[in-house]
Ligand binder design. Structure first.
Ligand code: GLN
Length: 473
């Protein structure tokens, strides 16, 4: 019997190498776990029964194009859309022999922080099914936490890998912008979108990052990595200088249990030899959210213009008149959040407002990047909570978009600066997982993995949701 709840990708790969399980048995074990537990969780939008690789199976967020497998970005407007090509990350996983387990649920077009904006029903948190898994990569995070996939890919524009990783008690990496190809990803905000791994351990995260990262001629924003991706081994943090942005520590709305778990993780970091001291990111924290909510909707309004009923997915065309077909298709196909953002973004880009909104936000973005660069003159890493709160109850924020947006207050600033960020589970508050966010300079993934791994060993967090721990399959 394979215990998918606890099995890491690295362990699964060991089982395969030693011939202790066959690729088919491993794949079937996960499909069995999905059959058993996903009725409650709704982490998957669809599974893939046939085995198309000999390695450790993987799940993809449903905005990664997969040849011959329906891809909807969580939107009804793409119901029935089956890509004729693979995204580059899918090709790389295929070439590495990783068979696809299925496509995971998400907020529609990755707009959201709870997976409740999915056009196909919310995903539930494996730690407490009355609560959200975070978002927008909530399906991928929940799948890994519940043992329904050994590892998964998500996407992170403003926090959509890091925040659900935190809320589900798994590891999530948002890579440096430009290290992972966006070719074949259904675009939300192109200057921010990055694909990243969700895994049980930091080493698994490094392995998967190594598989997907690198220059891709099909995405001109990608670059060669400065060096090979190293698997972390060390267990100390000697000579690592960690900055704690005072404005993030003092943020209103941080739950006391979250603050406590992060503090004790940092105490542990000190014991491992790190130098921990306060630093300053005043503009990033104050202006990050408003800046993001101009840039991201502006880019989204442009990217989503292509969903008009002509080429992809849904078409509502009883009128047989082109403009009416566009309008009806978009009205019926998009949910409230994409509509809200298309309107905001179109407004921010319109003649007469462009400079005041989009142009101004770009300038603020530059300030945020410089503020981070200044901190990295004195520190190697920046640490904070990943999310101000633990997983919240379903429905708690659906009527209040601003409260939902505030979930990403701590993840957005470094994303605007193009920097990599790792979230690792650092403890529990009210029996729910808390995430620690580590941010590094561009291309510092190896350092993030090394620090994350050292802390992970010292923290010894049990990543199996308590309510599932008894029912191991
Ligand atoms: N929650 C943020 C938003 O709704 C970030 C989403 C993301 O990173 N895709 O835009």
């Amino acid at each position: 019997m394979i215990d998918t709840l606890r099995l890491t990708a690295e362990e699964a790969s060991g089982l395969l190498e030693r011939g202790e399980v066959s690729p088919a048995e491993l794949h079937a074990a996960y499909l069995g776990a999905i059959e058993e537990r996903d009725g409650e969780l709704n982490a998957y939008l669809r599974t893939v029964a046939e085995l198309d690789g000999e390695g450790v199976p993987i799940a993809f967020k449903d905005l990664i194009s997969t040849r011959g497998v329906e891809t909807t970005a969580g939107s009804r407007i793409l119901s029935g859309y089956t890509p004729v090509f693979d995204a580059t990350v899918a090709t790389r996983c295929r070439e590495a022999g990783l068979p696809l387990l299925g496509k995971t649920n998400m907020d529609e077009f990755a707009m959201g922080s709870s997976t409740e904006n999915s056009g196909f029903g919310p995903t539930r948190n494996p730690w407490d099914p009355e609560r959200v898994p975070g978002g927008s990569s909530g399906g991928s995070a929940a799948a890994v936490a519940a043992g329904l996939a050994p590892w998964a890919l998500g996407s992170d524009t403003g926090g959509s890998v890091k925040q659900p990783a935190a809320l589900c008690g798994v590891v999530g990496l948002r890579p440096t912008y430009g290290t992972v190809s966006r070719y074949g990803i259904l675009a939300f905000a192109s200057s921010l979108d990055q694909i990243g791994p969700l895994t049980k351990t930091v080493r698994d995260c490094a392995l998967l990052y190594r598989t997907i990262a690198g220059r891709d001629p099909c995405d001109s924003t990608t670059v060669d990595l400065p060096g090979p991706v190293e698997l972390p081994e060390g267990e100390d943090l000697r000579r690592v200088r960690i900055g704690l942005p005072r404005q993030m520590l003092e943020l209103e709305g941080i739950e006391p249990g979250v603050a406590r778990a992060v503090e004790s993780a940092l105490d542990l970091a000190r014991e491992l030899g790190a130098e921990v001291a306060e630093c300053e990111l005043p503009r990033s924290v104050e202006y990050g959210l408003p800046c993001y909510y101009l840039i991201a909707p502006a880019e989204a309004s442009s990217n989503l213009a292509r969903y008009d009923g002509v080429r992809y997915g849904l078409r509502v065309d009883e009128a047989w008149e082109l403009d009416a077909m566009y309008e009806r298709t978009r009205d019926a196909g998009f949910g409230d959040e994409p509509k809200r953002r298309i309107m905001l973004g179109t407004y921010a880009l319109s003649a007469g407002y462009y400079e005041a909104y989009y142009g101004q936000a770009q300038k603020v973005r530059t300030l945020i990047r410089r503020e981070h660069e200044a901190v990295f003159e004195c520190f190697d890493l920046i640490a904070s909570a990943t999310s101000p709160t633990v997983a919240f109850p379903l429905g708690a924020k659906t009527q209040n978009p601003l409260a939902m947006y505030a979930s990403d207050l701590l993840t957005i600033p470094s994303n605007l600066a193009g920097l990599p960020g790792l979230s690792i589970p650092c403890g529990l508050a009210d029996a729910l997982p808390v995430g620690l966010q580590l941010i590094g300079p561009q291309f510092s993934e190896n350092l993030l993995f090394r620090a994350g791994h050292a802390l992970e060993q010292a923290l010894a967090f049990d990543a199996v949701p308590a309510r599932l721990a008894g029912a191991a399959t």
